[in-house]
Write a protein that binds this ligand. Structure first.
Ligand SMILES: Cc1cc2nc3c(=O)[nH]c(=O)nc-3n(C[C@H](O)[C@H](O)[C@H](O)COP(=O)(O)OP(=O)(O)OC[C@H]3O[C@@H](n4cnc5c(N)ncnc54)[C@H](O)[C@@H]3O)c2cc1C
Length: 536
């Protein structure tokens, strides 16, 4: 008897902000589709990352969906930088209001997707062995959805509780009276450490390399601010779309080298005391492109760390030495540095005393064993391509996407369709523009929906990118990356992850020509009938 496999016009993987919006738009277009999500509900990042202190660094009112104007008026962002529970509540409201869940299958972890060239169809296989088929496959995997654990011997031996920040339990984790260890000092650790330190009996932070961080200056939104935000949504949206990353901040047109030291100091003091990313992307235009300007900013931020840490030896350990200020995605913090002034917090420098192994009782370094009740892995994600690598994606002739991307740079068009992989449309694939991500998601999803509409209107069932157009896009991706100091620094954004084998080479994994240039090109492609793509 032949297997009865559910078959759709489109299968979508992921129901975070991208997948939810795709659901809304595909339904609007009348496509026969189904969404498959590994988690038990919508929300993606905000569903998984429930660790203490989790929140975003985008201004809340610039981050939410803009497609539903009614919802913008109905929803109150309680804080200027929304904490995870509120963001998830917001996304649940969107899902409820548009009844999105009825098109989504939860607890469905996609293990493989294979394209049958003859049938012109993807077969999607789940972890439990079940399958579906679809003409189009739309990946909404996000850029930070594949958590990584360090390869430390004895990880399974630990007898206490252990959690990865991106796989946090749904029930509260209580730290009172507990000896807690946090491995990692990246963005999630920088948010979690001050919160855990407040209640833990003792907190040990295991640091390999420190990161730069600047104050978030979060606050509750007052009723007056709420009213003002709601009256200005069109203006906020327009503002996001005139900046390079779709944040509300834009660089100051001056060079850091052209102003007096006094002017610079005053400007930086102002930025350091203001909420949000101003200190990073509202700074002098050249701090991220000119080494001398970056060195000045680095010197300023170094002083700020020294000012905030009581013990000069600890301060020195918290000052990054392997990259200049702002050359990795800057985490914003709320009392991170002050946490190290508490008597219940200890910093263990793994450059001095590397971890030898995890034991039943805790973490053993080359110097001592740290006994712990709770161990938190704040060890981040295999960024950008990790979600794709977790799925065995095979195009015609068994060509594996994972292999294509292993040593070479991805060859995509606008980051939405990869050369040699027909009918696979990506949202936030490598080489799309990024920054304040929901703004980008909305445009990229709209572009993909435009392609699907074009196919339906013209009776096409197959889409590919012309190889020469993928080459051209890659050339542009490389070109606009030139001169970016961040492009030379190992980070998740450049595809480097010390915990993932084969991820030690710096690569360009984003489009850094700015959101405006990205959007204009995408709009032109659509307006001119997608001639860079091949339809049949
Ligand atoms: C701690 C943290 C803070 C952040 N702060 C900001 C911020 O300040 N500003 C900003 O713009 N962005 C921020 N981000 C980035 C954030 O990921 C995006 O803003 C946005 O949530 C991405 O949405 P998405 O739907 O594209 O991806 P995700 O939210 O990552 O959703 C992807 C979904 O795909 C599912 N999935 C993945 N693989 C499979 C599979 N094999 N099978 C089935 N389902 C699968 C996942 O379960 C997940 O639900 C932050 C991310 C993190 C982790």
């Amino acid at each position: 008897m032949s297997e009865n496999i559910p078959t759709y016009e489109a299968a979508v993987i992921g129901s975070g902000i991208s997948g939810m919006y795709v659901t809304y738009r595909l339904r609007e277009l009348g496509v026969d589709f189904r969404v498959f999500e590994a988690g038990s509900d919508v929300g993606g990042t905000w569903y998984w990352c429930r660790y203490p202190g989790a929140r975003f660094d985008s201004e809340s009112w610039s981050y939410g969906y803009f497609f539903d104007k009614e919802l913008l008026q109905e929803w109150d962002w309680k804080e200027h930088f929304s904490p995870q529970p509120d963001t998830l509540e917001h996304l649940y409201l969107v899902a409820d209001k548009h009844d999105l869940r009825r098109d989504i299958t939860f607890n469905a972890n996609v293990a493989a997707a294979e394209f049958d060239d003859e049938a012109n169809q993807w077969t999607v296989t789940f972890e439990d062995g079940s399958r579906v088929r679809a003409t189009l496959l739309i990946s909404c995997l996000g850029v930070l959805s594949a958590p990584t654990l360090p390869d430390i011997p004895g990880r399974d031996d630990f007898q206490g509780q252990a959690f990865h920040t991106a796989r946090w339990p749904h029930e509260p984790v209580l730290f009172e009276g507990k000896r807690v260890g946090v491995i990692g000092t990246g963005a999630t650790a920088i948010q979690a450490i001050p919160e855990i330190a407040k209640t833990a009996e003792h907190l040990t932070v295991f640091q390999r390399h420190p990161n730069w961080a600047a104050p978030l200056h979060n606050s509750k939104t007052t009723p007056e601010e709420q009213k003002d935000i709601k009256a200005r949504y069109e203006e906020i949206y327009a503002r996001c779309w005139e900046t390079a990353g779709c944040f509300i901040h834009t660089p100051d047109p001056r060079s850091a080298l052209d102003v007096t030291p006094e002017e610079r100091e005053a400007f930086w003091e102002k930025l350091y005391s203001e909420p949000g990313f101003g200190i990073w992307i509202g700074n002098y235009r050249d701090i991220l492109t000119d080494e001398r300007a970056n060195a000045l900013a680095t010197e300023y931020m170094t002083r700020k760390i020294r000012e905030r840490i009581d013990d000069p030896e600890i301060a020195e350990k918290l000052i990054p030495k392997n990259h200049g200020f702002g050359l990795r995605r800057l985490p914003l913090e709320s009392g991170y540095f002050e946490a190290y002034n508490r008597s219940n917090v200890r910093l263990v420098d793994l450059l001095e005393a590397p971890i030898e192994g995890i034991t039943a009782k805790g973490v053993r370094t080359t110097v001592e064993e740290h006994e712990l009740d709770i161990l938190v892995y704040a060890t981040g994600f295999d960024g950008v391509t990790g979600g794709y690598d977790n799925i065995d994606i095979r195009g015609p002739g068994g060509r594996r996407l994972r292999d294509d991307w292993k040593d070479d740079l991805p060859k995509t068009f606008l980051g939405v369709i990869n050369d040699g992989f027909p009918n696979l449309l990506m949202v936030l694939g490598p080489h799309t523009s990024r920054g304040n991500i929901p703004r980008h998601i909305e445009k990229i999803v709209d572009f993909n929906i435009g392609i699907i509409r074009h196919m339906r209107e013209n009776g096409y069932s197959r889409i590919e990118v012309r190889p020469e157009e993928a080459e051209k896009w890659l050339a542009q991706v490389k070109d606009v990356n030139e001169g970016r100091l961040a492009g030379k620094i190992a980070s998740w954004q450049t595809g480097v992850n010390a915990n993932v084998p084969g991820r030690q080479t710096i690569r360009v994994l984003g489009y850094y020509g700015g959101a405006v240039r990205y959007r204009e090109q995408a709009e032109q492609v659509a307006a001119e009938g997608y001639k860079e793509l091949l339809f049949r």
